[in-house]
Design a protein around this ligand. Structure first.
Ligand SMILES: Cc1ncc(COP(=O)(O)O)c(C=O)c1O
Length: 421
């Protein structure tokens, strides 16, 4: 079934606005944050005006309704990624989810005293494996964990095409490896990681796997239990939902063994003046009042995405990826990452010979085109390609081929505009 893109666009009022003196907005920055359809905002409004109350506390009707809505939202987001509701921990975003796991390792002494939990206790000689393609949110927490425990940080490199180089897989993931943290889709190269190979190697040595699903959850059908990762994190605002909410997925076994990180109300069973016992997951990781309204919005976004259908979405976005890749036909443009439309999402980062990315961004912005410029919170992969920053255009289901053509036409004017040839 072909998607009705006009009808989809109508669900996003912001796409109708003009910018920079009346130019129609062409929004090509969805990898940074997606726009929100009416259904998401309406679900949040409906909850706020009709059911708002403190969840998991008290017995009044509003409290009950709010608790039911909050837990139903958890079940909806769980379904999107093939998980069970108790495998979903609400967080404020992917960054918070990734830090939650890394800090769980730091808190190993506070965790359950089971054999399963001992996997969270790192020591000198242990190894943490990441990739050169990570967003800082899935790199810096592991750097800090390595510093705190004396474990060694190691990483998969990226080949000249921008895909992960797994040629040393069995050397890099070895008996000393305790953690393997990696992205599903690079937010710079758009390349999709061959998860199965990495997970199989990690499982062979009993290492804990953490998947950064930020850039995949809104584009690829995800079945996290089938992928076999122990943990995965993603954000609401990159999947048509609100900011301030995200999810940490963990298998029941992994969450049961993960030490708690934040302490306070809602995560405790009994408390005395000197001690406390903790609730089981997921609530053990949800100290304090949660972002209930945002969770309702994230669930509405999950439903909205599911209703589109991932087959339809992939087919349409592959087409957009091909259109984006045509930027390389413009003289002076070099893409960072794979040039092929397969095993990628509809995102392209590039540099323009002789023009700084910020200047490129400014010329595009003057034409009403919103792209991302800079390092996209991924400095190491820019270093890998010998550039300090890049321009990134990212598209999704509400973008059209005509918009991407207009983007390429504006881009073709950049070097002439600056007198570079
Ligand atoms: C691959 C990747 N990981 C992690 C993040 C961090 O997400 P958030 O800022 O929503 O916590 C981003 C956001 O740009 C991302 O693209």
């Amino acid at each position: 079934m072909a998607l009705d893109i006009t009808a989809i666009r109508e669900q996003f009022p912001i796409l109708d606005r003009t910018v920079r003196g009346g130019k129609p907005l062409i929004y090509l920055d969805s990898a940074a944050t997606t726009q929100r359809p009416r259904a998401v905002v309406e679900a949040m409004e409906q909850f706020t005006f009709s059911h708002n109350g403190a969840v998991h506390r008290g017995t009044h009707q509003l409290g009950e309704e709010a608790t039911d809505a909050f837990e139903a939202a958890r079940a909806t987001v769980a379904r999107l990624v093939g998980a069970a509701p108790d495998e979903i921990v609400w967080t404020s975003g992917a960054t918070a989810g990734l830090n939650l796991v890394a800090n769980g390792f730091k808190n190993a002494s506070l965790g359950p005293k089971s054999a399963a939990a001992s996997r969270f206790a790192l020591k000198p000689g242990d190894e943490i494996v990441v990739t050169e393609a990570e967003h800082h949110s899935n790199l810096v927490p592991w750097q800090e964990l390595a510093k705190a425990t004396g474990a060694e940080l190691r990483w998969f490199g990226v080949d000249d095409e921008g895909r992960l180089d797994l040629s040393n897989l069995n050397e890099l993931i070895n008996e000393r490896t305790k953690v393997v943290a990696f992205t599903h889709v690079s937010n710079v190269t758009a390349a999709i990681t061959p998860i199965e190979q990495i997970v199989a190697a990690a499982r062979r040595v009993g290492a804990t796997t953490i998947l950064d699903a930020c850039q995949s959850v809104a584009h690829l059908p995800l079945d996290l239990p089938a992928l076999g990762v122990d943990f995965a994190a993603f954000s609401g605002h990159k999947m048509f939902g609100p900011t301030g909410v995200g999810v940490l997925y963990g298998t029941r076994e992994a969450l049961a063994a993960l030490p708690p990180v934040n302490f306070g109300g809602s995560m405790v069973e009994t408390v005395t003046m000197t001690d406390a016992t903790y609730l089981p997951p997921p609530m053990r990781f949800e100290a304090g009042t949660q972002m209930v309204t945002a969770a309702i919005g994230m669930a509405a976004a999950a439903n909205w995405l599911n209703n589109l259908g991932f087959d339809n979405l992939s087919e349409y976005e592959n087409n957009l990826a091909e259109e984006l890749l045509k930027v390389e036909e413009i003289p002076g443009i070099t893409i960072i990452g794979p040039r092929e439309a397969h095993d990628r999402v509809a995102l392209v980062s590039f540099v323009v010979d002789g023009v700084h990315p910020h200047d490129v961004g400014q010329v595009l912005d003057d034409a009403g085109i919103a792209v991302r410029v800079g390092q996209h919170c991924a400095q190491p992969i820019h270093n890998r390609f010998g550039v300090s920053s890049s321009v990134r255009a990212s598209a999704t289901v509400y973008n059209t081929v005509a918009e991407i053509s207009a983007f390429r036409e504006a881009l073709a004017q950049v070097r002439p505009f600056f007198g570079v040839d």
